[in-house]
Design a binder for this molecule. Structure first.
Ligand SMILES: [Zn+2]
Length: 487
């Protein structure tokens, strides 16, 4: 059934608009946006009430697009907060990774479904309305491959369906433990995926998707990194994926760590992003995740291709990765999106806030990421993360506009965090002043999944998640003797 909504205040591509009437199809797509107060069938809303006589629902809050989460590893939600102590003076990304592997090797499909459901609820309540799941857990705990149905992949899709979040599942190729074709380590055995199996699975999923017309769950593909996928394999697989769908989203972790950049240069003669740029394989369907240690030339090259970069600043900060040069990338008209990655933070507002704060602290200036045409930093960052996130995950979301899905947030305009806010500053309040607490309702594909700040499934999932976390009892790395004495 088609629905008409009158949005009291909304952020549309043309800016802040009052009383737009938005028509949403039964499939959850926006089919018309009328700015003159008339719906597609010519009916007009009543002056009062949320359900008008002519079938137009009036939404009194402030409506803004939901944010696509362009990079997530759902299972890592079970580690968030548990690896924040020092095990030795050499703690780094690489030692955190050992703790993450210990977790990865304990999880069964049923566990993953509970973890993902809890996480997706947290995402929806925080304003992420869709997610690209960069999924590299493929095998059973003993290393045996699953049959035609991969229980772990199905668990992610089941959690997305149950919670109502949009999902782009990215089956992720992972074959080596380092550059030069180093074999996987024992603790990485569950990540292994053969190239033909990977291509077949992506192809089957894409074919199934067009058959049943489902638009909430779609498929892309990912290469874990250049250290986990030999370059020749990446090249051939990319060409094969083009035959499946030239617009298929393709993601890769790249240049997150200095050690990775150096190993790549030693092995191939090129830095990782340089290698990808020279390969001629990159298109605007690619999303480079992190790109932390990119050179100015590399940033220019990515921007010129209109590929996206996903910065997950909360994870990059948490793991001590380094600084992405956001101002330079934006000055090149680079397309930036955000993701929750390791799930230490699940909040688009916080990701965007720290993109700007990192620069303010470094430059001792304010308003660094505003643009000539958009002086409001919060507005600029939210708008871009929504649009470019949509590009990265390959779904028609990211704006309240015809042809896009009705994925939006309704902010409570009477919430203290928005009190007295001029419409122009609403997204600034959302990013910088705690107005994420004002997210009242969340709609995905025209369905309300969060009402009055709570997801309908939250209580039941929360109980299962708490029980699971007790049961998992993660074996975390021990603290070195000298460190304990310092504590
Ligand atoms: Zn990641």
């Amino acid at each position: 059934m088609t629905h008409h909504y009158q949005l009291a205040t909304a952020y549309l591509p043309q800016g802040w608009v009052r009383d737009a009437i938005v028509t949403v199809s039964a499939a959850g797509l926006i089919t018309k946006v009328a700015l003159d107060g008339a719906a597609a069938d010519g009916s007009r809303p009543d002056d009062e009430g949320t359900e008008a006589a002519h079938g137009i629902h009036r939404i009194d809050g402030i409506v803004v697009p939901g944010i696509p989460n362009a990079h997530s590893h759902a299972f890592q939600r079970a580690l968030a907060g548990s690896a924040e102590y020092r095990t030795s003076e050499r703690d780094s990304f690489w030692t955190w990774r050992d703790a993450m592997y210990a977790l990865a090797n304990r999880i069964e499909p049923d566990d993953l479904e509970i973890i993902a459901a809890q996480l997706f609820i947290e995402m929806l309540e925080a304003g992420y309305t869709s997610v690209a799941e960069f999924h590299y857990l493929h095998r059973q705990r003993d290393g045996t491959a699953y049959g035609t149905d991969n229980g772990l992949w199905d668990a992610i899709a089941a959690a997305a369906r149950a919670t109502g979040i949009g999902l782009t599942l990215l089956p992720t190729l992972y074959q080596t433990s380092d550059f030069g074709g180093a074999p996987l380590k024992r603790e990485q055995a569950r990540f292994r995926l053969e190239t033909d199996q990977f291509l077949r699975a992506v192809q089957n999923r894409v074919a199934a998707q067009s058959r049943d017309g489902a638009n909430l769950i779609s498929t892309g593909a990912a290469f874990h990194s250049l250290r986990a996928v030999p370059y020749e394999v990446l090249r051939e697989a990319t060409l094969a994926l083009r035959d499946v769908d030239p617009a298929l989203p393709v993601h890769i972790h790249v240049a997150e760590q200095i050690k990775e950049v150096e190993c790549c240069r030693r092995e191939t003669g090129h830095r990782p992003i340089e290698l990808l740029l020279h390969s001629g394989l990159l298109t605007q369907s690619w999303c480079l995740v992190h790109a932390t240690h990119a050179t100015p030339e590399e940033l220019r090259g990515i921007a010129a291709l209109s590929a996206t970069v996903c910065v997950s600043i909360s994870t990059e900060a948490n793991l001590g990765d380094g600084f992405f040069d956001t101002p330079r990338f934006l000055a090149e008209h680079g397309r930036l999106c955000v993701g929750s990655d390791s799930q230490s933070t699940v909040s688009p507002a916080e990701e965007l806030r720290w993109l700007e704060y990192q620069q303010r602290l470094r430059r001792r200036r304010r308003g660094v990421l505003a643009s000539g045409t958009e002086p409001h930093v919060g507005t600029r960052l939210w708008r871009d993360a929504a649009l470019h996130g949509a590009q990265a995950i390959g779904q028609p979301v990211g704006a309240i506009a015809v042809g896009r899905r009705a994925d939006w947030l309704v902010l409570d305009h009477q919430h203290p965090s928005l009190a007295g806010a001029a419409p122009d500053t609403v997204l600034d309040h959302l990013v910088f002043a705690g107005a994420e607490r004002a997210i009242r309702d969340v709609m995905v594909a025209g369905q309300i999944v969060v009402r009055d700040g709570r997801h309908r499934g939250a209580p039941a999932v929360r109980e299962k998640f708490a029980a699971l976390m007790q049961r998992l009892a993660l074996p975390l790395p021990p603290i070195a003797a000298g460190e304990a004495a310092n504590a």
